[in-house]
Design a protein around this ligand. Structure first.
Ligand code: ATP
Length: 473
């Protein structure tokens, strides 16, 4: 699966999905740009999330809060004090590592070598260390030293102490004597501070939710996992506000609904699983990750957290504003509990690319296909005139003008039909429409299915309906 990782990275660049940012200057680490295909895939995934959250639930509304927030926000949320990762340097090479990840990789290597008992002993020690809180740095350092874990690149064993490193990006706002502000490390706080501003105009009552898609920034220590771990990334988050005591029921519901959503992207369910946390944040009373079997192993894709009233209470304390809710039917006032679902958009795209990648032998040739779900595919249909004779291109252009009212299509008249099909297979286009000489007689065209390669004859005026029907199947 190192191979699959490299394949996905290189096809992402070649086919216009994802490239490293500022590549001509040697690149900026852990930041990425979405190309012509990637931007479409990303928009479609966002749209599907937004539909499933905001349009399909009349108790959820959307929000778009700013990236920079009042600095007190981060005191209240706990990020100034505790949004840290444990950092360790290899003295020999000067390379930096996340101490917990170093140990995690070591455990995985032990397992692969069949050293199951040893791996489990180290894992238990790590869990105890993480749960011990204060002595975490020392505990991580002790494990690395006792186990003599070598630096992955230099192979040497010469470590610094473990230090805590805050992941928030800091900048100055205003021209003179600027105020220090942070780029948000998560979108959630924009929702909490707008609790009243979202609820009141929408006339919502508990239980209700607020959904948001937007950029978040984290000064991550390690930066070599493609779009899995970025320093600038996008989150899709929904905070659902509930009556205290009902939160675990809602938590179970959202767990199931979110898993179904990932499956609705066409992901093979056997590549998805729930992963319970070894350790709960002090404010959470339940937390689970949805993991995907990435080429770098089973890793977190989405977190579902029952966060109690921690966030609203803290903002009440730090802002001095009431963050409670009055229930007019029960005639009682309380601070709602929060069940949150938090997904990384870029990680979702990485998953979609890995899951869609497929190669097969067809008549001695390799056919390379991206089997995207038709709803998220960057191009829904390719449109080809068989030749440039007898007005076939004009008919194809008319079809293009009609279908591009509904979804993204691509006209292509270059090269043989075989080449045109191959280009669309590589882009993951689910349908290819060909205008041929029969079209002149009966106003029908050929529609070829990407996965089965079977062809149907469809009337031109039925094309949009046909494609919508096939997409829904
Ligand atoms: P990890 O343990 O992998 O660092 P996390 O537990 O810190 O992730 P959360 O704070 O729960 O992540 O953020 C919610 C989601 O945001 C994650 O499930 C992930 O999909 C996404 N995410 C978090 N950090 C990054 C990042 N650096 N790059 C891309 N996506 C990220």
């Amino acid at each position: 699966s190192d191979d699959l990782f490299d394949t996905i990275v290189s096809l992402s660049k070649q086919r216009g999905f994802i490239v490293q940012s500022s590549e001509i200057y040697g690149g900026l680490s852990a930041t990425y740009d979405y190309g012509p295909m990637g931007v479409e895939l990303k928009r479609n995934v966002k749209e599907k999330w937004w539909q499933s959250m905001v349009y399909q639930n009349d108790d959820i509304v959307g929000l778009d809060a700013s990236i920079m927030m009042h600095p007190k926000t981060w005191d209240a949320s706990g990020h100034t004090e505790a949004f840290n990762d444990p950092l360790i340097d290899d003295k020999a090479s000067g390379n930096r590592y996340r101490a917990d990840e170093l140990i995690e990789n070591y455990i995985r290597a032990l397992r692969e070598e069949g050293e199951e008992a040893h791996a489990e002993a180290v894992r238990e020690r790590l869990v105890e260390a993480l749960n011990a809180g204060e002595e975490m740095n020392d505990a991580l350092h002790a494990i690395i030293m006792d186990e003599e874990i070598p630096a992955p690149e230099s192979g040497a064993f010469d470590w610094t102490d473990v230090r805590q490193f805050n992941l928030m990006f800091e900048t100055e706002m205003g021209p003179v004597d600027g105020q220090t502000v942070f780029l948000r490390p998560e979108t959630a706080q924009g929702i909490f501070v707008n609790f009243h501003n979202a609820r009141e105009p929408a006339r919502l009552h508990v239980p209700f939710g607020v959904a948001q898609i937007g950029k978040a920034f984290r000064n991550e220590i390690v930066a070599r996992q493609f779009v899995f771990r970025m320093r600038e990334f996008e989150q899709m988050e929904m905070q659902y506000f509930v009556k205290p005591g009902t939160e675990l029921d809602w938590y179970e519901q959202w767990k199931e609904r979110r898993m179904k959503w990932h499956e609705s992207l066409g992901i093979d369910p056997s590549n998805l699983r729930f992963h319970e946390h070894d350790q709960l944040s002090h404010y959470a009373n339940a937390a689970v990750d949805i993991q995907y079997d990435f080429p770098i192993g089973w890793k977190e894709l989405e977190g579902i957290h029952s966060r109690t009233d921690y966030d609203l209470s803290r903002h009440e304390e730090y802002s001095g504003k009431k963050m409670s809710y009055y229930d007019p039917w029960e005639e009682e006032r309380y601070t709602p509990y929060v069940v949150e679902t938090s997904t990384g958009l870029d990680r979702t795209l990485f998953m979609v690319l890995c899951d869609a990648y497929y190669e097969e032998e067809v008549k001695g040739d390799t056919r390379s296909v991206l089997q995207f779900h038709p709803e998220v595919a960057p191009v829904r249909a390719g449109i080809f005139p068989l030749t440039d004779k007898e007005g076939l291109p004009d008919i194809a252009r008319e079809i293009e003008d009609d279908l591009n009212q509904h979804f993204n299509v691509r006209y292509d008249d270059r090269g043989s039909m075989g080449k045109r099909y191959r280009r669309q297979d590589e882009a993951g286009t689910p349908f290819c429409i060909t205008v041929d000489f029969d079209t002149l007689d009966d106003q029908t065209v050929t529609v070829r299915d990407r996965d089965t390669m079977e062809q149907d004859r469809v009337a031109i005026d039925q094309l949009a309906t046909y494609i919508f029907d096939q997409t829904a199947n």
